[in-house]
Design a protein around this ligand. Sequence first.
Ligand code: SF4
Ligand code: SF4
Length: 230
Amino acid sequence: MSLPLRRTRLNAETPFAFTCERCSRCCRHKKIQVNPYEIARLADNLAMSTGEFVRRFTTNGGTQLACNDDDTCVFLSSGGCGVHPDRPLVCRLYPLGRHVAASGEESFSEIEPEPGCTGVYGEERTIGDYLDSQGARSYMQAADKYLSLFCTLYGIMRENAGIPVKRKAVKQVTASINASAHDQVNDMMDIDTVVSTYCRENGLPFPKSPDEKMALHIQAVEAWATNYRR
Ligand code: SF4
Ligand code: SF4
C-alpha cells in the first residue's frame, strides 16, 4: 500500500523538523516491512532468536510485522511502541519516506500525516538532522546492504529459472521461480541460523550485537553466492 505524499524529491539538506507527540495513530493499518537487520534488532530487544521472532511476530514470509485483530501493529501497547529503541526504519523515518534509485541516488518524500496526527512540523533544521535524531543512519545502511544482497540472490534464482537477463523486475522473477527456491532464500535470511552455522564452520565466536550479526550474515551469504557461481 503506497501512502499519499505531500512533497517528493527531497534530500538531506531540505529544511525539515518534526516532533512526534506519540499519539500512536500511525501505528495502525500499516504494512511495516522488516529486513534481517531489523529482525535481529527486534529479536535482541525481546531476548529471543530471530527464528522465534519471525514465527511469533511476522507475516508474509517473515518480511512484515504482524498486526493484531484490530489492525494495530503487534507491538503497539497502551504505553505506545513496545519496542521503541529497536523500532524498524519506516517507523523512525515517519512522516518521511526514503527512496534509492537504481543509480544509487537517495531521495526522500514527505508522507501526508495520519488524520489527527498531532506532530509538530517546522523548518528550522534539515532532513539530515531528523535522520540523526531518529537513529536512522545504521538502519539505512543495513537496508542498502540487504537490498544489494537480495539482488544477488534473485539474480542467482533468475539464472536458475532461465529468465532472460533483461527481465529484471523482482515481481517477474518471483513469479517464475519455484517454491523451494523461495524457501531457500527465506532460510538464508534467518540471521541466527545462518550466522551460527557460519561461525561453527569457520571457528568464529557467535557475535553478540545485531550489528556484528549482520556483518557476518552478509559475509556468509555472499560467500555462499560466490561459491554457488563457481
Ligand atoms: S500520528 Fe503523528 S504524532 Fe501520532 S505517533 Fe504518529 S507521527 Fe507521532
Ligand atoms: S514497531 Fe512500534 S512504532 Fe512501529 S508501527 Fe509498531 S508500534 Fe508503531
